[in-house]
Design a protein around this ligand. Sequence first.
Ligand SMILES: C[S@@+](CC[C@H](N)C(=O)[O-])C[C@H]1O[C@@H](n2cnc3c(N)ncnc32)[C@H](O)[C@@H]1O
Length: 216
Amino acid sequence: MESLLPTTKHRRGRRTARQRAALERPSSYLVQGPIPDLSSVLDGAPVVLDVGFGTGEAVIAYATTDPSTRILAVDMHTPGIGDLLAGIEERGLTNVYVVEADVRPILTQAIPEGTLMGVRTFFPDPWPKKRHHRRRLIQRDFADQLAACCATGAVWHIATDWPDYAEHIASAVNSSIYWQGGIIDRPADRPVTRFERRGIAAGRAPIDLRFIRVLP
Ligand SMILES: C[S@@+](CC[C@H](N)C(=O)[O-])C[C@H]1O[C@@H](n2cnc3c(N)ncnc32)[C@H](O)[C@@H]1O
């Protein structure tokens, strides 16, 4: 079976001392394995998937304000994994599980059908050049794969500060028969993340989108 990522061999990238220390300490909240066993994460409590959490600011904020919901946080950028693991430890959180992997095989191989109550994808890589648009994560096939992992009524909250990506997301996700929704006002409780701050500094306004998993 295809390996998701070399989970014992972290990916490249410069690391701070805090990130390095967190990556070197064993953590019961880092879920590893070629096909990670998520049974302890998905065993009853509501689970929300955070796709591409970056440094994990939003994950930490939501996990702190809503301790009864588990967050399955998936990203493949090792320094950010270190930040999130450090944040989990510093705040004593017990409801965050971190997977270092590309989320796409996680959806098709590790998450059973209908288990997620929600999904968050904040500021996915925009790939602004037209010739790179096909590298954008959110496409109709991705929406279909994600839908298979979600319970009916699950909410997918997306934010981007690239208007043409927002348009693409609205069209691609609504073209999946499993999702309905579109642009919404920025929810007041969505934490401001590093990438949002960067966009605002560059003059880009965030655009939030919300989709509901519906029965086809
Ligand atoms: C622009 S950053 C946004 C981070 C964070 N959500 C925020 O708002 O600050 C996009 C993140 O998505 C991650 N990412 C991109 N493609 C991914 C994939 N296929 N699976 C998991 N993570 C991915 C990147 O490593 C990066 O950390």
